[in-house]
Structure formats: structure tokens, C-alpha cells
Write a protein that binds this ligand. Structure first.
Ligand code: E4P
Length: 227
């Protein structure tokens, strides 16, 4: 399961990249609104930092298929290879996906997925990824993890190449559950990245090893101080 950062603040992205294995960055209009300004200034800076090999997901916001297609071309022209245009999994979005598959090499991710059938249709339309909103589905009284797992089963049972990129997480347990299912990717807010491995028992164990070493070697000493 690839891990991506669901955020557009460059400082936060840099901090996660410093400590974690990261495959790329996902954004949506709400995430971009938290940074403000020209969205391409934000997105170019992210692309420059993560490099051209990393995945960058950027959402088209038009309502009509033809304009979504134009936005998709514009986004990928500016942000280059390995940019996935996020397209909502609604009828106009499916129409745009079909046009893109027939007329371009543009990669796209079906987004705003609350039901397995949306994901199935998007997969049939050629989406590289389908993004079920785990926490939002939970908040509607359904089981977001289960929906993401069902989508993965549907892709597998139908021999489809589309992968799940699970999105909308509010805690590390939700991420762990999907990790166990082996979905293709999960996109996670920076604070959730750090929560994935936050555990005082782990910190205590590491601190105790350091204290035991320093008890015979001396304060601030490490293996570097010995031959
Ligand atoms: C990703 O595709 C979604 O835009 C995002 O993860 C939604 O997250 P939220 O439910 O926290 O807004």
C-alpha cells in the first residue's frame, strides 16, 4: 500500500517526507483553499519538491464533461508526468473520463466515491485510482473500511487494473485496517502520518536503550565514540 500526503502546505509536506516513505501528494479544492492564492503556485512548488517521479493528484472542478477535459489537459500540461487529475465519480465525470481515455494519455483518479458502484463504473471508464472517502462514509452511518475493501474485491473479481486510493481518514486505525487488506494506496493528512506510529511504549523502549548505553559509556556517547 503506497502512502501519500493529503495536504498542500509545503512545510507540512516536507516534514512528512523527512521521516516517512511517501509516494506523493493528493490535493482537493478544500485543501487548496487552506493555502489560498494561485493554486498553480502551490502545486508547482509541491511538484518541484516531490520531484517528477512522485504522484501528484489535483482535482478538476468544472461541472461539465468538456470543461473537465480541458481542465485535465491544463493541469497535466503545467504539472507534468505522474500527475493524476481527480475527477468526481458522477455522470459528467464519467463522460469526461471516457473522452480522456479515448483522446489522451492523461492519468486520472475517480474521486468523491461513497459507493462501490461509483468505483466500478469509474474503473470501467479507465480510472487509474478510485478514492473512497472512508471517514465520511463512516460518518454517514456506513462502514468506510468495508466499502473500500468491497471496491478492491470488485476490481480484483473483474480483472480491472484500477487501484483503490483510500482517502478521508481521521485516525491511524482506519489506515491500519486498509493496510491489512493490501489496497493500492492511502492518502493521509500529515498529523495522521505521525499518529501511525505514535505509542509511548515505543518511545520508552528507545529511551531506555539510550539510557542503558549512557550508563556505562557516558552522557551523549554513541557507538561512534568506540572502535
Ligand atoms: C481525497 O481524495 C479526498 O479529497 C480527501 O481525502 C477528503 O478528506 P476529508 O474527508 O478529510 O475532507
Amino acid at each position: 500500500m503506497k502512502l501519500l500526503i493529503d495536504d498542500a502546505h509545503l512545510d507540512a509536506i516536507k516534514k512528512v517526507y523527512e521521516f516517512f516513505p511517501v509516494a506523493g501528494v493528493t490535493t482537493n479544492p478544500t485543501i487548496l483553499s487552506k493555502v489560498g492564492g494561485n493554486p498553480f503556485d502551490t502545486l508547482r512548488a509541491i511538484r518541484e519538491f516531490i520531484g517528477e517521479e512522485a504522484d501528484l493528484h489535483v482535482q478538476a472542478v468544472s461541472r461539465r464533461a468538456e470543461k473537465i477535459v480541458d481542465e485535465a489537459r491544463h493541469i497535466t500540461e503545467i504539472l507534468g508526468a505522474n500527475t493524476y487529475v481527480k475527477i468526481p465519480a458522477v455522470p459528467e465525470g464519467f463522460k469526461a473520463m471516457k473522452i480522456l481515455v479515448d483522446t489522451s494519455e492523461i492519468l486520472f483518479t475517480a474521486t468523491a466515491i461513497y459507493t462501490p458502484m461509483q468505483a466500478f463504473i469509474a474503473g470501467q471508464c479507465g480510472a487509474s485510482y478510485a478514492a473512497p472517502y472512508v471517514n465520511r462514509i463512516d460518518n454517514m452511518g456506513f462502514d468506510g473500511i468495508r466499502v473500500a475493501q468491497e471496491i478492491q474485491q470488485i476490481f480484483s473479481a473483474n480483472h480491472m487494473e484500477t487501484e483503490v486510493i483510500a482517502a478521508s481518514f481521521k485516525n491511524s486505525q482506519q489506515v491500519l485496517e486498509l493496510c491489512k487488506s493490501g489496497v493500492g494506496a492511502a492518502t493521509v493528512a500529515p498529523e495522521i502520518f505521525f499518529a501511525l506510529i505514535k505509542n509511548s511504549a515505543i518511545d520508552d523502549a528507545v529511551e531506555n536503550f539510550i539510557a542503558d548505553f549512557e550508563s556505562f559509556a557516558g552522557k551523549e556517547k554513541s557507538m561512534l565514540d568506540f572502535q
